[in-house]
Every structure is written in C-alpha cells, then in structure tokens.
Ligand binder design. Sequence first.
Ligand code: ADP
Ligand code: MG
Length: 229
Amino acid sequence: MSKTFVIAGTDTGVGKTLVGAGLARALSLSGRYVVAIKLVESGCDDSRRGSEDGHVLALATGQSEPIEAIVRLAAPVTPALAADLEGVELDFEALVEEAREMSAGADVTIVEGAGGLLAPLTWRHNTRDLAREFGAPIVLVSSDRLGAINHSLLALAALDGFRVSALVLSAPDVPDASTGTNAEAIRLHAVAAGIAVPPIVMLGRVASVDDAAAELGDFAATLVGGVWV
Ligand SMILES: Nc1ncnc2c1ncn2[C@@H]1O[C@H](COP(=O)(O)OP(=O)(O)O)[C@@H](O)[C@H]1O
Ligand SMILES: [Mg+2]
C-alpha cells in the first residue's frame, strides 16, 4: 500500500525541500517507487526553473511526472495571494486528486507543503489541511537556529491530533549560539508547555540532495517501517 508523507515547515526557507528531496532520494535508492510532489509553488521564475522545489523533488526520484509543481505561480508571496495576483483559481480538492493520480502505484508519496504550516495554500487551506486530505503523517522541518524552540513548539501545538512522524532540525547556513542545543531544549520545555514532541532528527549541513539522502537514510527507513536495503 502506498504511504504518503507531508513535509511541513515551521516557516519558509527552513529546509522542507531539502528534507523532502533527501527522503525521496533515500527511499528511491532503496528500491522503492517514490513520487515527490509540490502542489502549488509561488516565486516561480522560468529563468530558474531547474531550482524550483517541484523540479528538485522530481529530480530526487527520477519520476516521469510531475516534473515541476502542479501549479506554478510567479509572485514570491503566499500561494493564495500569488494566485489572486495572477487571477488563478486554486481548486484544492482537484489539486489533491491530481497528485493522487500522478502518484498512483507509488510505494511512497512525498508531498511538500508551501511556506510555514499555516501559510494559506488557498484562502481556505494550508499544509495542515494537505495532511488531513491525504490522511498522511507529517514530517515537520525547522531550522536549528535561534527561534527553533518557539517555532517548533508552536507548530507542534497546532498539530495536536495529527500524526507527526518526526521533527527535523536542519542546520542553518550561519550557525548561532543555539545551534546544536535546540533539540534538547525543545524536549525539555515541551513538558512544561504540555506539548507532545515526536522523535527529533538532526540534519547537518549538506552539499547536495545525495548527501541529505545519506544523512536521512536511517530516518527514511524508519518512516516506511521496512527493511533498509
Ligand atoms: N541542512 C542543510 N544543509 C545545507 N543547505 C541547507 C540545509 N537546510 C536548508 N538548506 C538550504 O537552505 C535553503 C532553504 O531550504 P529549502 O529546503 O529550500 O527550504 P523550504 O523548502 O523550507 O523553503 C536552500 O538553499 C537549502 O538548500
Ligand atoms: Mg521548499
């Protein structure tokens, strides 16, 4: 049976695409048929198409479709607003259905959200709704920098009742004094804050999706609960 995971972030620019692509690559390398999808991507630019999230995800698996986000929007603002600016109507249910069709038969489907957890994908839906719609557990990504404790606990609080497979703390390009301390701090304070914390996975600074795949390999294996080959 196909397993779907939704990659959510505590913010934009925290490492969702890198984590999603790394997991997708690791699972592909283990012989699984993986499809990695971005439903709606804003900030798209034809001159930089190859570095768009949807394309990076597709390259990680080698899938034939989709090779970019299902809907590409130009304005570098939250998708619902970018769609308004272009006069594009986003049909959430239709997008989900399209993603389901494109990943039919896949062992694993990875769906990257847009922006932070509650950023509007449409004015009525966000990444949390994606997880609900796909019935999928969430992999929450946060950047291992100052602010990670608050951002991670806020997002986890907003995910009460949802299945969260892990919190991934991704290394920032410029480390600060909190980098390396946040995982333990989140665990410690979660008790007082009354927030359940999933397993925390660390992703160090990596130079490529392949390197991310290598670092996330063990985590990828536990995600699908299979034998790592
Ligand atoms: N652990 C890491 N090592 C190296 N680069 C990283 C790491 N985490 C994030 N980045 C880089 O930071 C930028 C933002 O990450 P990205 O995955 O695009 O975030 P998001 O999808 O959440 O917007 C990208 O250039 C990405 O390659
Ligand atoms: Mg991204």
